[in-house]
Design a binder for this molecule. Sequence first.
Ligand SMILES: NC(=O)c1ccc[n+]([C@@H]2O[C@H](COP(=O)([O-])OP(=O)(O)OC[C@H]3O[C@@H](n4cnc5c(N)ncnc54)[C@H](O)[C@@H]3O)[C@@H](O)[C@H]2O)c1
Length: 401
Amino acid sequence: MRVMVLGGDGYLGWPTAMAFRARKHEVSVIDNYFRRTIAKQCDSDALVPAPLLPERAALFERITGNAIEVFVGDCCNFDFLSRTVEAWSPDVVVHFAEQPSAPFSMAGYDEARTTFANNLTGTFNVIWSVLRHVPDCHIIKLGTMGEYGTPNIDIEEGWIEVEHKGRRDRFLYPRRPGSLYHATKVLDTDLLWFYARAYGLRVTDLMQGPVYGLSTDEADLHQHLLPNFHYDDIFGTVINRFLVQAVAGMPLTVYGKGGQTRGYLNIRDTLQCIALAAASPPPKGELRIFNQFTETFSINELAERVRRVGNRLGLKVAIQHLDNPREELEEHYYNPAHRGLLELGLEPNLLTEEVIEGMLTRIRFYRDRIVRRRIHPRVRWRISERRDAVDSYDGGAVRSA
Ligand SMILES: NC(=O)c1ccc[n+]([C@@H]2O[C@H](COP(=O)([O-])OP(=O)(O)OC[C@H]3O[C@@H](n4cnc5c(N)ncnc54)[C@H](O)[C@@H]3O)[C@@H](O)[C@H]2O)c1
């Protein structure tokens, strides 16, 4: 296959590109370093120093003999994206190229507008580039489990049969995003569904849970091939953040009561899921949706696991409950389906004590690069705190750096 990875410099994009290339597919990556730029503005630099894409691709080629083609450019620039898609002619486009942080999207007007414009325009341009030049191409789009929110009923895999006044039909499962970032993902999904119905687009939308880890077969070949691992309050996902807090000797900061439950997965399983989706594309005109996670945990359970393993390694890990900066339920029902990817052959790498120990050991190597002030929550979006504050809410918290 010819696989084009949009957002190929990112936490998930770079390991995905290497994994496809290592399996002898042709691979290209597109990125405009948007994430590096906004991370700098927010004082949220990654834990592991990652060279820019041309350097990483050259290193990967030196070690493995496999070349990855690099295009530096903006998916929001239709001329650039459309020309690149036309020239490279992919069979699969994996679309990671979005602003992925909920706190960033809730920091103020500028951050909200940036998130909205970047994510929606990028997806719109991907759709049109594919329609124009490679209409049979399979778009694999990264959505999020956060599109569903935490409804008080079972969450289905993308779709739900509704019976209303004696008649039945199939609809997208109701979505209830909890941040503007998540709302852009909901809108992406609707856009993709429209273009699948109206223009015969072929799409897999992966409702992914928070990902953890930094080890993949290819990333382990050299420290400069490791993913772009963030641990701060803006870009760090919760398990990665807890691991870094444990190594830094800081308490693991649980927001609110800690009963918030989500579906998580190892970065190795993200790679597996995308490979499985790519290997069995849906027919044209179909929007296929998978819920992409392997296990559910409450925040309290995660903190307890990290504490247990950390203490075994002599780290003296404490847990601290903070006032929740987010508007979210802290105790709720959560039962999402996730059969589709298992049926395609996913073999989960679970969050065992050995896996936690391996990640802590890896992170300890970078201990001196941990900047403690980056971990405490800077963006607060509880309605009770915001109701009178929207006008004056200017994102200063994340721009103060
Ligand atoms: N990491 C997770 O836990 C997680 C969970 C669920 C969903 N996702 C989704 O997966 C995708 C990848 O997430 P990630 O954690 O790797 O994020 P990331 O920020 O590390 O990667 C995204 C990459 O896309 C690039 N990008 C953004 N906008 C661009 C544009 N307009 N043009 C070109 N490049 C652009 C960024 O520079 C970055 O390198 C995102 O869509 C995210 O919403 C991630």
